[in-house]
Design a binder for this molecule. Sequence first.
Ligand code: ADP
Ligand code: ELE
Length: 307
Amino acid sequence: MADFDIVALGEPLVELNQTRQGELQYLQGFGGDTSNAVIAAARQGARCAYLTRVGDDAFGAQFLDLWREEGVDTSGVEVDASAHTGLYFVQHGPDGHAFSYLRRGSAASLMTPATLDGGLIERARFLHVSGISLAISTSACDTVFAAIARARAAGVQVSLDSNLRLRLWPLDRARAVLREALCHADLFLPSMDDMQHLTGNDDPERTLDWIRDAGATGVVVLKLGKDGSIIDDGKTRTPVAALRVEAVDATGAGDCFAGSLLARRCQGDDWADAVRYANVAAALSTLGYGAVNPLPRAEQVLAKLRG
Ligand SMILES: Nc1ncnc2c1ncn2[C@@H]1O[C@H](COP(=O)(O)OP(=O)(O)O)[C@@H](O)[C@H]1O
Ligand SMILES: O=C(O)C(=O)C[C@H](O)[C@H](O)COP(=O)(O)O
């Protein structure tokens, strides 16, 4: 039996969230898509580990404490004495949230395939990576492809969230790299917003056709925000409704979706049940500010599912 349900690879970011427009008050929290996803999964009962690098600074130490409190294994976290932990800002406006970054040269962006040498990937059921892990630097991009190759060689399933961030890389490169990566994913988790940029169309069916034409052979779950998601298992496409909520801050909803979905797959759910669960967990995660604090625990999600 594998030691871990999920090993994720990527960059954690300290979060400064401007919860009131126009005021110089920022709530400090934690973010970074793959870190959010493993914390969400751990809160649903999954055994998780995180592969990353942080600076030898107060924020790096806060992250190590956070992962330990959340039960996420940190044996794959390297501390770099000569680079910083990354930081991002969340601003809220009429079109939802917007991110900006202070991350170039961060410890995580300096990862290389040697970061994988501890052998954690081979001990997992799923490797989870994202478009952000691929975008933060050339060496991180190489590291993600090396991780995918190691996972596939060891029979570990690969999960990929599109998480397109056009502040991190140009659209043409993002499209080319994501097309290559999605062909190796057992589970691809694009959002409709990301796919609109990549494909130029806003129709979910045509978007799923584009993904299949690009070479996706695994399961694809297209995330549609407040409209829920669609499962495409290669044969049938099944829409799954969202839970209706008054969302406050959707930062991290997609990561909560990914972590919860993987956790439930590892607990034996079929795709439809796992996606139903992930929709509810992700909706609940929009009810508070920040990517990590509002991530729900299994009891809350199960209570909501029971109605
Ligand atoms: N306003 C909302 N109401 C209910 N559920 C939501 C809302 N926003 C997001 N979700 C849930 O979170 C999932 C991921 O959100 P989405 O915005 O589509 O992806 P991402 O955060 O990756 O851009 C959705 O599929 C849905 O289940
Ligand atoms: O943008 C980045 O580089 C980050 O990692 C910061 C955020 O924590 C995630 O982007 C949130 O991701 P969503 O779940 O898609 O809202």
